[in-house]
Design a protein around this ligand. Structure first.
Ligand code: C2O
Ligand code: CU
Ligand code: CU
Length: 570
């Protein structure tokens, strides 16, 4: 009996103080990948219940790292075994919307989904996670996430550490809130449990990474639902940022901090040459974050609001212990002086500027719901129709009290302006997530290339997962040549639209469409929707008396079919 008590005391001490080596997820190399998403559970805490999790393949939490080579064709077989509907989204990857894994492409329980596409992205660190309508937070914080490493010729020609798990370390960092029975909570504003590659890090005391005494590379993903980190090292050791979300920077950026909001990635080089036997910590210097960024000092909250009072807010804390071990053979010991040559588009090339205001029901709201331009997400509403090859400026204006990491699918963008200033070196590269603090106004520029679709839209949203699920999301469709659109004969037996040219009204006559209904939208040549009506049969009269004269496109959509007609308003 006594022995048992001693034994369990020893076991408990072991669980509390044990240092585990950093877990490195296995890699899968192509061209064929298979992912099996399943339910599992993990004993994250020394006492109490296991936490229910989702994971891919052999893991109990997270999934393997997918290695993609630019230019290759990949085929991914995703098998949904979680007993609930899900999707899988390839965050940051440029691919057709039908393979993007957004909320319009659900994978039912026990179903298999098989996207196939060509990798067109630059070498960088991307990731995958579910994107199920209103369930992204719930599913992702249970562990459904993994990294994607894209390799290309430019990156491969550089003298960079790229021995995975040896001098090139994947770091998936999450901060989560668990309830009293150890289950992850989607509304995680009191998050205080840090996981590094799926292991509870206990502020650097329980997860150790052995890294060799040479230049090492870290690929850091902030996969948290809410928290931004202000990464740095103990002793303010300098490091070089070499990549942002979607590719290498032009030159390494020597710094002591890199702030990453949910969804953002950075690749960094840390020179550990001559440090064999020493230890240091990867930290978040959150005391330096301004108020309003989740993770920074806690704002005074109105009594009715959900508290954001995690003990980590506004403090500096360790995340990962690093023990420096002897050099490997053929170590990298120098930092390249140049990396690549990104050439951003210029504002003069833009066809259009779209303004997206971040809004809430009142200026006091801190825990949501938040909106874009005062409207909540609607699966049935396409917010922008974008002509293929458009170069666009998107202007983001945060009118709320909290910072929001804005993410757009399909493209990588360049930040061109933050509050009237050019971006800092850390934001000069290709990006797909950008943090917009309260009161800030930011412009990015991008080109919508290669893929069009008239059925499945792409998403843009806040990457604070609760905000996304609460409706801070919109969608856009990239359309083939909206101006020279393939015209369907006006009198084709399905529909006639007249008169054309029209003045005060347009008649859309759906001949004998009976019970079948159409969605009708009218957009101008910049792709702005100026009229939409759902589920129309029979005859519709559109009042066009307030429209400016010019050319418009009327689209009728039914299931996978769509008909587009030009119409002139005089
Ligand atoms: Cu990482 Cu739309 O998501
Ligand atoms: Cu994404
Ligand atoms: Cu948000």
């Amino acid at each position: 009996m006594k022995k048992n008590i001693i034994m369990s005391f020893v076991a408990l001490t072991y669980l509390v103080n044990a240092q585990t080596q950093l877990f490195i997820p296995d890699t899968l190399v192509g061209p064929n990948y298979s992912l099996n998403m399943h339910k599992d559970s993990v004993q994250f805490f020394p006492t109490g219940k296991k936490s229910n999790t989702y994971a891919y393949n052999l893991y109990k939490y997270l999934g393997p790292t997918l290695i993609f080579n630019k230019g290759s064709n990949v085929s991914i077989t995703m098998n949904n075994q979680i007993g609930d509907t899900t999707t899988v989204h390839w965050h940051g990857i440029h691919l057709p919307s039908k393979w993007d894994g957004g909320p319009h492409t659900p994978i039912l329980p026990n179903a298999v989904w098989n996207p196939q596409f060509t990798v067109m992205d630059n070498a960088a660190t991307y990731w995958y996670h579910p994107h199920m309508h209103q369930k992204t937070a719930l599913q992702a914080i249970k562990g459904a996430a993994g990294l994607i490493i894209v390799r290309d010729a430019i990156e491969s020609a550089l003298m960079l550490p790229r021995k995975y798990g040896v001098d090139d370390f994947p770091l998936i960092i999450q901060c989560q809130q668990y309830n009293s029975i150890n289950q992850a909570m989607p509304l995680g504003m009191q998050d205080s449990t840090i996981l590094v590659n799926g292991a509870r890090a206990n502020y650097g005391y329980t997860v150790n990474a052995n890294m060799p005494a040479q230049v090492v590379r870290m690929r850091i993903l902030n996969a948290s639902g809410e928290r931004s980190f202000n990464f740095g090292f103990s002793g303010n050791k300098q490091f070089y940022q070499i990549a942002s979300d979607g590719g290498l920077l032009n030159t390494p950026n020597l710094t002591t901090r890199i702030r990453l909001a949910p969804g953002e990635r950075a690749e960094i080089l840390l020179n550990l040459t001559g440090m064999n036997g020493q230890t240091l910590y990867l930290m978040s210097h959150a005391s330096e974050l301004p108020m309003g960024i989740q993770g920074g000092p806690t704002m005074p909250m109105p009594s009715w609001a959900t508290p954001m009072d995690s003990p980590l807010n506004g403090t500096d804390f360790n995340i990962l212990k690093i023990t420096v071990i002897p050099q490997t053979t053929n170590p990298i010991t120098t930092i390249p002086s140049t990396l690549t040559n990104n050439v951003p588009y210029t504002i003069g090339q833009a066809n259009v500027t779209r303004t997206i205001r971040f809004t809430a029901d009142s200026a006091m709201v801190m825990d949501g719901p938040f909106y874009f331009n005062d409207s909540t997400f609607d699966m049935m509403r396409v917010d922008y129709q974008i002509p293929i090859n458009n170069i666009e400026v998107w202007k983001l204006v945060n009118e709320t009290m909290v910072a929001h990491p804005f993410h757009i699918h399909d493209v990588q963008f360049y930040v061109i302006d933050r509050n009237g200033n050019p971006p800092g070196p850390e934001e000069k590269g290709r990006k797909d997530v950008v943090l917009v603090p309260p009161g800030d106004s930011l412009m990015f520029i991008t080109k919508f290339e290669d893929f069009t679709d008239s059925v499945i839209p792409y998403m843009y949203h806040c990457h604070i997962l609760m905000h996304e699920d609460d409706g801070m999301m919109g969608q856009f469709m990239v359309r083939s040549n909206l101006t020279g659109i393939k015209e369907t004969k006006l009198d084709n037996g399905i529909v006639s639209i007249y008169p054309n040219p029209a003045q005060n009204s347009i008649i859309v006559d759906l001949k004998e469409s009976g019970n079948s209904t159409f969605d009708i939208t009218v957009h101008d040549l910049l792709g702005e929707i100026i009229y939409s009506e759902k589920r129309v049969n029979n005859k519709l009269i559109i009042n066009s008396s307030q429209w400016q004269s010019g050319l418009y496109i009327i689209s009728l959509q039914q299931d996978n079919k769509s008909i587009n007609n030009k119409i002139i308003i005089e």
